[in-house]
Design a protein around this ligand. Structure first.
Ligand code: IZC
Ligand code: ZN
Length: 422
């Protein structure tokens, strides 16, 4: 069999294989499918062989111009998948950072016209080119830390024209850099200033004008809503998501982050791909999630950045059989963190997830949370050759040494896209 790309001599090849059909739950999260002295070979971007270096090299014949990378005993993982980001925005919110240190609460800042609304003002004022330029910089940072696929939400425009501007910026970014992007329409992210006191009229605008325009443009795959006290109620969220589902969008929901409104239950009821945050999820919400294919996307860097004392009950969810994933939530307010290894480091320490569970949560389960598990998220024949080589001999180092970027090389679809030293 021919191959035009191979990585050989991985000290630990973490395949995360066997879960393309359904996400990992319970003890499965600790199964990493590790191959010692492993290798991966690919042709035209897709994996054609994975196994021990000896076996793979017996199976494949490298083409004359093939790229061969010797991992030299390092750890090799599937490319990391960030299933929840808000990475296309203008401006930043250091002022809010300082206000939070002094005790201000996230929802109070928003209610006073700051928070998301401050980023809406900057993003509306920015040209599409500026959004692209800023987004490109953030994506390069993410790639250099191992992210090869990221979901990206709109939601800082909140008019038809400005939401489309953000979504077009995402499409342009897809064409100019290697991180694969999954675009999500988040028109119901906040009630904009011009609709203050008229939330239902804004929901009408989202359903009646924004959703049809976005569907027509083909610029988004998923639709999300910020279901939270003082933002969008469960009923308003249901109306938006039901309308989105009719138009063919896959669904996601910011659920039960601060106040337990029943967002998890709503996400399950509507067959959403994921319910995200879940810091305040109820026992009933956990039960519903466990009995569904909706992935619980946990964002512990957000809790850390909001200086919260209570984290999502990951252990209870895993024990109940909920399919858990992790994401960065990269945004200028509640999580200016775009490193998945940092998220893994916080998840191990604060959610008490094991290093192996954290890896499952940013690879195959994260791929399920964005509807891409048949194509990526694990190292298996037929999937995209998305790989990260970490300068470590033990996979646990990634979460253990968080804050130090251990990424040595990043490969997207069989192409070396970061850290090309050899
Ligand atoms: O800009 O604050 N939680 N949306 C919901 C966010 C955080 C992003 C922001
Ligand atoms: Zn979010």
């Amino acid at each position: 069999m021919k191959a035009d790309f191979a990585v050989i001599n991985a000290g630990q090849l973490i395949t995360a294989a066997g879960y393309s059909e359904r996400p990992k739950r319970g003890p499965e999260l600790n199964e990493l499918g590790i191959i010692n002295d492993g290798a991966v070979a690919a042709k035209e971007g897709l994996i054609v062989a994975a196994g021990s270096t000896a076996d793979v090299m017996k199976q494949v014949e490298l083409t004359g111009d093939a790229m061969l990378i010797d991992a030299g005993g390092k750890v090799v993982l599937p490319g990391l998948v960030d299933p929840h980001t808000h990475l296309v925005f203008a401006g930043s919110r250091e002022d809010e950072f300082e206000m939070k240190i002094k005790g201000a609460a996230y929802l109070d800042i928003l209610a006073r016209g700051g928070g998301i609304l401050s980023t809406v003002r900057s993003t509306r004022a920015a040209g599409e080119d500026e959004l692209i330029r800023i987004g490109e910089k953030y994506l390069a940072e993410m790639l250099s830390q191992g992210t090869t696929t990221a979901e990206v939400k709109s939601g800082y425009g909140l008019t038809v024209a400005d939401e489309l501007k953000q979504l077009r910026a995402i499409r342009s970014l897809q064409k100019m850099q290697p991180v694969e992007l999954v675009p999500t329409f988040l028109g119901a992210h906040a009630i904009p200033e011009e609709y203050k006191g008229k939330p239902d009229a804004f929901v009408e605008l989202v359903i009646g004008e924004m959703l049809p325009a976005v569907a027509c443009s083909g610029l988004a795959e998923c639709c999300d809503v910020f279901c939270e006290e003082g933002v969008f109620s469960v009923e308003q969220s249901r109306r938006v998501l039901e309308a989105a589902r009719k138009l063919g969008f896959a669904l996601k929901l910011h659920a039960d982050e601060i106040v337990p409104l029943g967002g998890a239950e709503l996400a399950v009821e509507l067959g959403a791909l994921s319910a995200d945050h879940l810091v305040a999820v109820t026992p009933r919400g956990i039960e519903r999630l466990a009995a569904s294919n909706t992935v619980a996307v946990l964002l512990p860097a957000t809790t850390f950045c909001l200086m919260g004392s209570k984290y999502a009950p990951a252990r209870e969810m895993i024990a109940a059989g909920v399919a858990v994933a992790l994401a960065g939530d990269f945004n200028p307010g509640s999580s200016p963190v775009n490193s998945l290894p940092v998220v893994m480091g916080i998840a191990c320490r604060q959610l008490k997830m094991t290093p192996a569970e954290a890896i499952s949560a940013v690879t195959i389960n994260a791929a399920h949370a964005i509807g891409r598990a048949s194509e990526l998220g694990s190292i298996e024949v037929g999937k995209k050759a998305d790989l990260v080589i970490f300068d470590a001999a033990d996979y646990r180092s990634i979460a253990y040494r968080f804050g130090t970027n251990l990424v040595d090389k990043v490969i997207k679809a069989g192409r070396l896209v970061a850290g090309g030293k050899s």
